[in-house]
Design a protein around this ligand. Structure first.
Ligand code: UDP
Ligand code: UDP
Ligand code: UDP
Length: 462
């Protein structure tokens, strides 16, 4: 097992450098733990202060249970965004602006670094200091290979934006050779706006895709084989670094244990788990319609309710959002929780039979690893593209005509889709996906081999 007691002199020393938001932090922690288990020396760089309480709590728990992993904290320079900007995106920019402060800390580090693995959202600035330090850089992509392919082609797509030509009738766009066309409705509108921070973060960092030593993606060969194959064929972007599928990333032991006696008492595969990730909040009206939908469906449910984007501002009580009477009427059928739960462990619970998800990519990979069918209700950013990948792979269904984030979906419609996913028709396919996922990350599987290959490459460089 992992350890610092192993005195393998050739073991690489890898620094992992995540950015902001649980969706970016969790995959880095999981990769750090996996690399430490494979005898690498690991330094985890964390920018302070974090945006959410969930991030700082998770980091404390992680370090407490991984004594062999060193933390390197660095304080961000003050940053005041000029416009009203998503706090997590503001943090990406703030970290980029402060990265040069790391140079002296990393140049003195012992043993010397073999590589830095960083997040896409700060890749260009990290590449700059890593080049000065002569340390190879890798990127860990926390979205699907499919959405990554869009980011990789960002500059071409913005230049040829069909909407610029006033062609409103078009419903999908062509991507470079071999990649399937992308429905226009799946691409977040800010992607095409060169002045929007969503777009500037992509354009300023995608130039690093041809400079780094490799691009690790939390996906697996079987799940997105076509996309991975095309990306690695050299036809999409000139000099694109190799795409290295390393997923689904494994959870680590110390992830907070769940204590939900209610769930333990439910029949196998009877409960729908509902979560829109760490930062996506539905409108109040939509939350109430979802409540109505659950009630009409008659299904058992475990609902993690989020009322705001950043947890420290999420102050409203459950009964104020959903109403006392809803909670009373559904008390034998369901449980609503506000706050952080260990989603990965809930998905692994035998009582869970389906997952109503926003399709944040970590959630998708967790469901894939555990073979839980997804009912996709994507909201922002990469989530619609991810939902398509889920459906193509047979992991679940996306009622794209019904679950559309720009309109209020009514309870009746929601109930119908919930019944559909809980009838279990998708269970067989989802468990097959789970089997493929287990093969990929098991010993000798496609993702395990990729990780071993990276470690061997770094050992040879020492
Ligand atoms: N998560 C969790 N408990 C929660 C909410 C989220 O453990 O109450 C985890 C979830 O399992 C996933 C990550 O936080 O690993 C969220 O990432 P994802 O990409 O699914 O969505 P995002 O939060 O980035 O929208
Ligand atoms: N596809 C699509 N839209 C998407 C992603 C994929 O229409 O957003 C289609 C496309 O035809 C592609 C196929 O789904 O060839 C499968 O692609 P993917 O890489 O997801 O899976 P694989 O080919 O490995 O099964
Ligand atoms: N965003 C988000 N959660 C994510 C990814 C993106 O809230 O996991 C937000 C982000 O603030 C960005 C916007 O989504 O501004 C980009 O896409 P969106 O599909 O929301 O476009 P919009 O609906 O705002 O036109």
């Amino acid at each position: 097992m992992a350890s610092t007691t192993n005195l393998d002199q050739t073991a690489p020393h890898i620094a992992l450098f995540p950015t902001a938001g649980m969706g970016h932090l969790m995959p880095f922690l999981r990769l750090a733990s996996m690399l430490a288990t494979r005898n690498c020396t690991i330094t985890l760089i964390t920018a302070q202060p974090t945006v959410s309480a969930a991030e700082s709590n998770q980091l404390s728990r992680f370090f407490a249970s991984h004594e062999n992993i060193r933390g390197l904290q660095f304080q961000l320079l003050p940053y005041k965004p000029s416009t009203d900007i998503d706090p997590f995106f503001a943090q990406f920019i703030s970290i980029s602006n402060s990265v040069h402060l790391l140079h002296p800390l990393l140049s003195d580090i012992s043993p010397p670094l073999s590589a830095i693995i960083t997040d896409f959202t700060i890749a260009s600035s990290v590449c700059k200091i890593a080049t000065d330090l002569s340390v190879p850089t890798y990127i860990l992509i926390t979205t699907s290979a499919r959405f990554f392919s869009l980011m990789a082609c960002h500059s071409q797509l913005v230049e040829n934006n069909p909407k610029n030509g006033g062609d409103e009738g078009i419903d999908s766009i062509e991507l470079p050779a071999g990649l399937a066309p992308m429905p226009l409705s799946s691409i977040p509108p800010p992607f095409f706006n060169p002045n929007h921070y969503f777009s500037t973060i992509i354009s300023s960092n995608s130039t690093s895709f041809s400079k780094v030593s490799g691009i690790l993606v939390n996906t697996f060969d079987w799940f997105e084989s076509k996309t991975i194959e095309v990306l690695n064929s050299g036809t999409v972007v000139q000099d694109l670094a190799p795409i290295l599928p390393v997923g689904p990333l494994e959870s680590f032991k110390a992830e907070q244990a769940i204590d939900l006696p209610w769930l333990d008492n439910q029949p196998a595969k009877s409960v729908l788990f509902i979560s829109f990730g760490s930062r996506t909040a539905l409108s109040k009206d939509q939350l109430r319609e979802l409540g109505t939908g659950l009630e009409i469906s008659g299904c058992r449910f475990l609902w993690i309710l989020k009322g705001s984007e950043v947890d420290t501002q999420d102050k409203e009580a459950i009964e104020d959002i959903l109403g006392e009477s809803f909670l009373e009427r559904t008390k034998n059928k369901g449980l609503v929780i506000k706050g952080w739960v260990n989603q990965d462990q809930i998905l692994a619970h035998p009582a869970i039979g389906g997952f109503l998800s926003h399709c944040g990519w970590n959630s998708v990979m967790e469901a894939a690893r555990l073979g839980v069918p997804i009912l996709a209700w994507p909201q922002h950013g990469d989530q619609r593209v991810n939902a398509q990948v889920v459906e193509n792979a047979g992991l679940g269904l996306w009622a794209r005509d019904c679950f559309w984030e720009k309109m209020l979906v009514n309870g009746e419609e929601i109930a119908e889709k919930i019944r559909e996913i809980m009838r279990g028709e998708n269970l067989f396919k989802a468990s097959e996906v789970g089997e493929k996922a287990r093969q990929a990350h098991g010993i000798g599987g496609s993702s395990d081999q990729v990780i071993q290959g990276i470690i061997e490459t770094l050992k040879k460089k020492k």
